[in-house]
Design a protein around this ligand. Structure first.
Ligand SMILES: [Zn+2]
Length: 406
C-alpha cells in the first residue's frame, strides 16, 4: 500500500517539478562511502593493469591485457567479445544486457599505451605519497579500473544487475590514431544514448573535457634538382630552400584565436653538404577547434604552389580526427555530471583541450559525449605519469551515477 502511495506522490512531485528530495544526498553519501571503502581495491586493480604492459605496436602484449579484462568484465555479468585485428591487439567489446530495455550507455576507452615493452623495468609501478606511478597509470588504466568498480557498485545496489544496458568498448590502437577501431567505435556510439569516455581528466582539479580539437597530419615533399655545389651551382634547384619558404608560408596560416594551429614537427632532406638537395620533406600536425575550419585549411595546404617553379610539390594527408565540439548534447551531459558531483560534495569543472581522443569520433556523430571522466593525475606519456589515489572513489561514484541517469 505504502509503495503505491509513494509512486503516486512521485508522479505528483514530478508534475510540479519539485526539487529532488532530501533522500538523494544521503543516498549519494552512501554510494561515495561504498567506493571510499574500496579505495585500496581500485588501486590494486590499476596496479594489476599497469603491470601488464600493452604498447600499441605489440599485439601479443595487448591481447594478454585484453584477455584479463574480458574475464574481469564477464565476472560482472557482461558478455565479452573480441573484434579481431591483424596488426593491433583485438578490440574488446562487453555488453551488459538488462531486463530494462532502452539504449545503452557506451563506456569508451583504450587498453594500449605509448610505452614500449620493458618500460616497467626502469619505471616500475609503485604506490607512494598517495599516488600510483607507472606507465599508463593515468592514460588510461585508471579509467578502465573506474569502469570495473563503478559497474560493480551498480550491481551491488541493483540486486546483481545493472539499472540499464551498458556497453564497454576498449580499443587497442587509440595511441596510434584509432584507424582500425574507428568504425567499431562509431557503430556502437550510434546505437547508444550517450558516450562516457574514461580518458584522464584535465589538470589536478580533475576537470572533464567538453571540447577537444580535431587533428590532422600532412606531409609536404619537395622535388628539386641535384647538382655539385661547387662545379654546377647554377644547375641545381634546392629542395631545402623551397621547403624553407613553404614552411614560412605554412606558419602564416596559424590562427590561435580560432584554435587553428599548424606545427611543422619534422623535416628532412638533402644528402651531403656539397650537393644541392634534390629532395626535402616536412611533416606537420594540424589542429582545428571547429569542424567547419577543416575543409578550409585542407584546401589552403593543397593549394600551396612552389615559389621556385623548377621545384615540384607533393602534398599528402588530411584531418583524421574531427574536433569534439561543445554541442548542446555535450553541454547537457556536463550539466548532469556537475549536478551529480555537487551532490557528492564537489565542483566538477570542464575544460577544452587541444588533444584528441576517440570521443572526437562519437561527438562528431552528434551523440552526447563526455570525456575526461577517468583518473586525476599528471605526466601522461611521460616518465612521471601517476594517478592520484584520493580522487578515485568520487570519480567511481560519479561514473556510476552517470551510467544510471543519462
Ligand atoms: Zn588515452
Amino acid at each position: 500500500m505504502k509503495r503505491a502511495q509513494k509512486k503516486k506522490d512521485q508522479v505528483k512531485i514530478a508534475q510540479v517539478k519539485a526539487p529532488a528530495t532530501k533522500a538523494v544526498p544521503a543516498e549519494s553519501a552512501n554510494r561515495l562511502r561504498f567506493f571510499l571503502d574500496r579505495k585500496d581495491a581500485i588501486t590494486e586493480t590499476i596496479r594489476q593493469l599497469v603491470e601488464i604492459e600493452s604498447p600499441s605496436d605489440n599485439k601479443p602484449a595487448v591481447d594478454r591485457l585484453g584477455a584479463l579484462l574480458a574475464g574481469r568484465f564477464e565476472g560482472l555479468g557482461g558478455h565479452a567479445k573480441f573484434h579481431r585485428t591483424q596488426d593491433f591487439g583485438d578490440h574488446l567489446q562487453v555488453d551488459f544486457a538488462t531486463e530494462r530495455s532502452g539504449k545503452p550507455v557506451l563506456l569508451l576507452g583504450h587498453i594500449d599505451t605509448v610505452y614500449p615493452l620493458g618500460t616497467l623495468a626502469g619505471m616500475p609501478c609503485r604506490v607512494d605519497d598517495g599516488r600510483l606511478w607507472g606507465p599508463g597509470a593515468l592514460d588510461m588504466k585508471s579509467g578502465i579500473a573506474l569502469m570495473l568498480h563503478a559497474l560493480d557498485g551498480l550491481r551491488t545496489w541493483h540486486n546483481d544487475s545493472l539499472p540499464r544496458p551498458v556497453t564497454v568498448l576498449l580499443v587497442s590502437d587509440e595511441e596510434v590514431g584509432s584507424e582500425s577501431s574507428r568504425p567499431i567505435t562509431e557503430s556502437l556510439a550510434r546505437r547508444s544514448a550517450a558516450v562516457l569516455v574514461l580518458e584522464p581528466s584535465y589538470g589536478l582539479k580533475g576537470a572533464v573535457k567538453t571540447a577537444r580539437k580535431g587533428v590532422g597530419e600532412y606531409t609536404i615533399k619537395v622535388m628539386g634538382k641535384a647538382a655539385h655545389s661547387g662545379l654546377d651551382f647554377d644547375k641545381g634547384e634546392s629542395a631545402i630552400v623551397e621547403l624553407a619558404r613553404q614552411i614560412t608560408a605554412i606558419s602564416k596560416l596559424v590562427d590561435v584565436k580560432r584554435g587553428l594551429t599548424l606545427n611543422v614537427g619534422l623535416i628532412s632532406g638533402g644528402t651531403r653538404t656539397n650537393v644541392i638537395p634534390a629532395q626535402a620533406t616536412a611533416s606537420l600536425d594540424v589542429r582545428v577547434a571547429r569542424m567547419k575550419d577543416a575543409p578550409g585549411i585542407d584546401r589552403q595546404l593543397r593549394a600551396l604552389r612552389p615559389f621556385n617553379r623548377k621545384c615540384k610539390l607533393e602534398i599528402k594527408g588530411g584531418i583524421n580526427r574531427p574536433p569534439m565540439e561543445r554541442t548542446a548534447g555535450v553541454a547537457a551531459l556536463y550539466r548532469q555530471a556537475s549536478e551529480i558531483a555537487k551532490r557528492l560534495g564537489w565542483k566538477l569543472e570542464e575544460a577544452s583541450v587541444g588533444g584528441g581522443s576517440d570521443g572526437n569520433f562519437t561527438a562528431n556523430l552528434g551523440i552526447p559525449t563526455l570525456d575526461g571522466l577517468g583518473g586525476v593525475g599528471e605526466g601522461a606519456h611521460a616518465t612521471h605519469e601517476y594517478v592520484a589515489i584520493s580522487e578515485l572513489p568520487r570519480r567511481a561514484a560519479l561514473l556510476a551515477e552517470l551510467i544510471e541517469s543519462v
